[in-house]
Write a protein that binds this ligand. Structure first.
Ligand SMILES: [Zn+2]
Length: 63
C-alpha cells in the first residue's frame, strides 16, 4: 500500500529512511479502524517500520 513518490518523506521530503521491525511484547498487534470498528490483527514479524532520519516521521506497513 505504500506508494510514496521517490520514496521521500511526506512531511519534509527527506529521502533517507531508517528501516526497522516492530518490536512488541505480544505476538501480534491489533489495529481498530474507525468508524467501522473492524479489527486488523497483524503478526508483528510482518510489520515493517521506517523512520525519516530528518524529522522522525514513522511509517508502518505490512509486508
Ligand atoms: Zn521527514
Amino acid at each position: 500500500m505504500s506508494n510514496i513518490k521517490n520514496n521521500c518523506c511526506p512531511k519534509c521530503e527527506n529521502t533517507e529512511w531508517q528501516d526497522g521491525n516492530l518490536q512488541s511484547s505480544g505476538s501480534s498487534m491489533n489495529i481498530k479502524f474507525l468508524p467501522s470498528g473492524k479489527f486488523l490483527v497483524l503478526k508483528k514479524d510482518k510489520i515493517k517500520v521506517k523512520a525519516c532520519t530528518n524529522c522522525g516521521y514513522i511509517e508502518m506497513f505490512v509486508k
